[in-house]
Design a protein around this ligand. Structure first.
Ligand SMILES: NC(=O)c1ccc[n+]([C@@H]2O[C@H](COP(=O)([O-])OP(=O)(O)OC[C@H]3O[C@@H](n4cnc5c(N)ncnc54)[C@H](O)[C@@H]3O)[C@@H](O)[C@H]2O)c1
Ligand SMILES: [Zn+2]
Ligand SMILES: [Zn+2]
Length: 338
């Protein structure tokens, strides 16, 4: 089959590799689409994730089952599925205490040690596969994996009915966070982004309160402030906007070694809570349910799809920020605006 292969950091080719095989508890999925995100760039650069090369990238995938392992009886050839990429050891102190996203041996399809979905087919453990209904759009459904991370973020927040939210970043994650915060009971959700074209997308998905800077908004403090940029100046600004007793969540991924400044006195006297959020935990199935229930508008978040041969072009577009969410469709040989 054809696949994108990262042979070493910074070295990409689209080539023919052996077809994947299914172990007794695996299924083979014909990949419909796989979303691209910053994690793929980190993997390509051999960054902090510690991925092993050669690697086939791609962890935000959907597709159709074409082969079922001998010990799998809950899945059928032809099932349309979303793939939960997370692979955990099940044995470490975190896995055995219900915190698998902190697994000491955390692994993910297309991120650390397992071949991902930027290929015509991918082999996946049956337990990582979630069946979607016949009527689900497999291209849009690649948004389920990012949504599962956002739901993890929301799980950690206090989520009191009537809280006011401020989200930094109107990229995929910020706009999923903003939409889900409304579903979680927020009284208002404001979104800040320095890029006006991203604010236009925020408007398309129903975000009413939008600005290039929090100074332009009517409110001056918020119960829950979430960084979905990974950009230091955004985080430093965001921390100053948290209401006494409120919460700041660091959802965006900062560059390795980067430092942000905050005023410790405020954390103490205003009892500010600072939260992290790492990937998904027990949230993939709920992301499937919320997606199928139509809880988010996904379509406006996408801009282009690429064939496998266009993977380097997709990475270039991702880096220059001219598109929105990009995806690769291994069985389509044309680049498309979507
Ligand atoms: N915690 C997790 O589990 C998790 C999961 C997935 C992604 N992420 C991270 O979430 C972040 C957002 O992901 P994305 O795919 O939406 O990225 P993105 O690049 O599409 O969006 C980031 C947005 O931030 C905006 N921005 C940049 N500087 C800003 C500033 N100073 N003020 C306001 N806005 C600013 C950009 O214009 C852009 O629209 C990334 O850091 C990503 O790695 C975290
Ligand atoms: Zn991703
Ligand atoms: Zn573990």
């Amino acid at each position: 089959m054809r696949a994108v292969v990262f042979s070493a950091p910074g070295d990409l080719s689209v080539t023919t590799v052996p077809d994947p095989t299914a172990g007794p508890r695996d299924v083979i999925v014909e990949v419909a689409a796989v979303g691209m995100c910053g994690t793929d760039i980190h993997v390509f650069e051999g960054d902090y994730l510690g991925g092993e090369f050669p690697m086939v990238p791609g962890h935000e995938a959907t597709g159709r089952i074409v082969e079922v392992g001998s010990a799998v009886d809950s899945l059928r050839v032809g099932d349309l599925v979303a793939i939960d990429p997370t692979l955990t050891c099940g044995e470490c102190e975190y896995c055995t205490t219900g915190r698998p996203n902190l697994c000491r041996n955390w692994n993910s399809l297309g991120v650390i040690r397992s071949f991902g979905a930027s290929a015509e087919y991918v082999s996946v453990p049956a337990r990582n596969v979630h069946v979607l209904g016949e009527n689900v759009d497999l291209f849009e459904a690649t948004m389920i994996e990012p949504l599962s991370c956002v739901i993890r973020g929301l799980d950690l927040q206090p989520r009191r009915i009537g809280d006011h939210y401020l989200v930094y970043g109107a990229g995929t994650m910020g706009l999923l966070m903003a939409q889900m915060a409304v579903r979680a009971g927020a009284a208002s959700v404001s979104v800040v982004d320095t890029n006006a074209s991203r604010l236009a997308v925020a408007a398309e998905v129903g975000v009413e309160l939008r600005a290039g800077s929090a100074d332009e908004l009517d409110r001056h403090e918020w119960d829950v402030v979430v960084d979905c940029t990974g950009v230091i100046p955004a985080m430093e600004d965001a921390m100053t906007r948290v209401k006494p007793g409120g919460v700041f969540q660091q959802f965006g991924v900062a560059p390795v070694g980067a430092k942000a400044r905050y005023e410790p006195l405020r954390i103490t006297k205003d009892e500010i809570t600072i939260l992290g959020s790492m990937a998904a935990r027990h949230s993939f199935g709920r992301a499937v349910d919320m997606f199928v229930a139509g809880a988010i508008q996904a379509a406006p978040l996408f801009s282009h799809s690429f064939p496998l041969d266009g993977y380097a072009d997709a990475m270039q577009m991702f880096r220059d920020g001219s598109g929105r969410k990009l995806q690769v469709r291994p069985h389509d040989d044309r680049k498309r605006e979507i």
